[in-house]
Ligand binder design. Structure first.
Ligand SMILES: Cc1ncc(COP(=O)(O)O)c(C=O)c1O
Length: 405
C-alpha cells in the first residue's frame, strides 16, 4: 500500500466502495485475455464485419477528408450544436410529417447523452412523472434514469416464451399502472436486448394507449436502418407521433454511421406548438449548459457533410443496407447451421427478430459453459450480438452451442 504520509491528513476517499464493473465491458476484458484461438465475442453492442473489424464507413472517410480540408476553426459550437446537423436530423428522423417549428433538436454526445438530457428535462419540468421502461431493456436505461433522479418502473414486453412480444401484457400494464403525465420509454426499432419489435398493428394499439393514458413517449431510436431499412424503421415512431402532440426522441449515429467513439446523437422534443417548443428548448439548453456546455463538433460535422451531399448519402444508404443484410444473413446461416448439428433445438425465432441483438434463450449456465469451455462470450441474459458472429467460424460456433444445449 502506498499510503501518503502527510501529517494531519484526513483521507475522505478512503472507504469509498468499489463500484461493480460494467457487466458487458467486463466480459470484453475477459475475452481479450482469453488465449483460445477460436474465441468469439458476441457480447458487446458494436457492428463487426466479416473480418471481425468495426469498420469506418467509406462515406465517413470521405466526409472526414473534406472536413480536414475545409475546417477553419475549433471554436465552440452553440449549446444545441451544428445547425446543419440539426436540420439533417430533423429531415432524417421526422421527414415532413411534422411542422419544423414544433421540433427542438439538440446535438448531444451520443444517444446516451441524449437520454440523460431527456431524463434531466423530465425531472426538472414534468415532475412527478415516472418513466415506464420495457422489461427487459438496455441495462443503461435504468442506470441513466436513476442517475438523473427519475423514478422508473417497468411494463411487460417479452412473452413467456422469451422470443415473442407480449402486446397484451404491455397494454394492460400501461392501462392499469401508469398515471397521466408519466413518461413511457419505447424502442423505435431493433429492441435491445431482445430483437423483438412490435408489428405495425401493435404500434397502432400502443399509440392509442399512450394517447388515451396521456403518457409522454420517450422514443429511443438508436438503430435506424438496422431493422427493415432507414425509412421503414421510422414507422413505429410515426404512428406514435400521429396519435400524440408531445414526445421526446433520442437518436444515435453510433451504429448506423459507425461513429461510436465520436459521440454523436440528438435529443429532439416535439411540442404542440412553436411557442411551447421554444420554452422547452430553452430549458433543454440550460440542462446542457450546466452539464457538458456544448457538444463535440467532429461527429456531427461528419453526419451533416454526408447527409447534405446526394452522392455521400447514397453511399451511406448502401453501407447501412450492407450492414443490415449481413446481420440478416448471419441470422439465417446460424439457424441453418444449428439444424445440421442434430441438437434438435429450433432457433428459427431468430429470423423474426430485428437488429444486432437477439435473446437466444440460452440459460446463464449454458452461457457460462460456452465461455469457459469454448471461448464464446455471451451476456448472462443470453443476449447475442448477431453482428459479432463470423461466417467463417459459424460451424464451430454452432457445434459449441449444440454441445451445451
Ligand atoms: C437501446 C440503446 N439506446 C441508446 C444507446 C446509446 O448509444 P450511444 O450513446 O453509443 O450513441 C444504445 C447503445 O448501445 C442502445 O443500445
Amino acid at each position: 500500500m502506498n499510503a501518503s504520509a502527510k501529517s494531519n491528513a484526513v483521507h475522505r476517499f478512503i472507504g469509498i466502495p468499489t463500484a461493480p464493473p460494467d457487466s458487458i465491458l467486463g466480459l470484453t476484458e475477459a475475452f481479450l485475455a482469453d488465449k483460445n484461438p477460436s474465441k468469439m465475442n458476441l457480447s458487446v453492442g458494436v457492428y463487426k464485419d466479416a473480418s471481425g473489424q468495426t469498420p469506418i464507413l467509406k462515406c465517413v472517410k470521405e466526409a472526414e477528408r473534406r472536413l480536414i480540408e475545409t475546417e477553419a476553426t475549433k471554436g465552440y459550437l452553440s449549446i444545441d450544436g451544428l445547425p446543419d446537423y440539426r436540420e439533417q436530423v430533423r429531415s432524417l428522423v421526422f421527414g415532413d410529417s411534422i411542422d419544423a417549428g414544433r421540433i427542438a433538436i439538440l446535438q448531444t454526445p451520443g444517444g446516451t447523452g441524449a437520454l440523460r438530457v431527456a431524463a434531466d428535462f423530465i425531472v426538472a419540468q414534468l415532475s412527478p412523472a415516472r418513466i415506464w421502461m420495457p422489461s427487459p431493456t438496455w441495462a443503461n436505461h435504468p442506470a441513466i434514469f436513476a442517475a438523473a433522479g427519475l423514478a422508473s418502473e417497468t411494463y411487460r414486453y417479452l412473452g413467456s416464451d422469451r422470443t415473442s412480444f407480449d402486446l397484451a401484457g404491455m397494454l394492460e400494464d400501461l392501462n392499469q399502472k401508469t398515471k397521466p403525465g408519466d413518461a413511457v420509454l419505447l424502442h423505435a426499432c431493433c429492441h435491445n436486448p431482445t430483437g423483438v419489435d412490435p408489428t405495425p398493428e401493435d404500434w397502432k394499439a400502443i399509440a392509442k394507449t399512450v394517447a388515451e393514458r396521456q403518457l409522454i413517449p420517450l422514443i429511443d431510436f438508436a438503430y435506424q436502418g438496422f431493422g427493415d431499412g432507414i425509412e421503414q424503421d421510422k414507422a413505429g415512431l410515426q404512428t406514435i407521433l400521429e396519435a400524440v402532440d408531445e414526445a421526446i426522441v433520442c437518436n444515435s449515429f453510433s451504429k448506423n454511421f459507425g461513429l461510436y467513439s465520436e459521440r454523436v446523437g440528438s435529443v429532439c422534443l416535439v411540442a404542440a406548438d412553436s411557442e411551447t417548443m421554444k420554452a422547452a428548448q430553452s430549458q433543454l439548453k440550460t440542462i446542457v449548459r450546466t452539464n457538458y456546455s456544448n457538444p463535440p463538433r467532429h461527429g456531427g460535422a461528419i453526419v451533416a457533410t454526408v447527409l447534405q451531399d446526394a452522392e455521400l448519402t447514397t453511399l451511406w444508404k448502401q453501407e447501412v443496407d450492407e450492414m443490415r443484410q449481413r446481420i440478416d444473413a448471419l441470422r439465417q446461416q446460424f439457424v441453418e447451421t444449428m439444424k445440421t448439428t442434430g441438437a434438435g433445438h429450433d432457433f428459427s425465432f431468430l429470423l423474426k427478430q430485428k437488429g444486432m441483438f437477439s435473446f437466444s434463450g440460452l440459460t446463464p449456465m449454458q452461457v457460462d459453459e460456452l465461455k469457459n469451455k469454448h471461448g464464446i462470450y455471451i451476456v448472462g441474459s443470453g443476449r447475442i450480438n448477431v453482428a459479432g458472429m463470423s461466417e467463417a467460424k459459424m460451424d464451430s460456433l454452432c457445434q459449441s452451442v449444440a454441445s451445451v444445449l
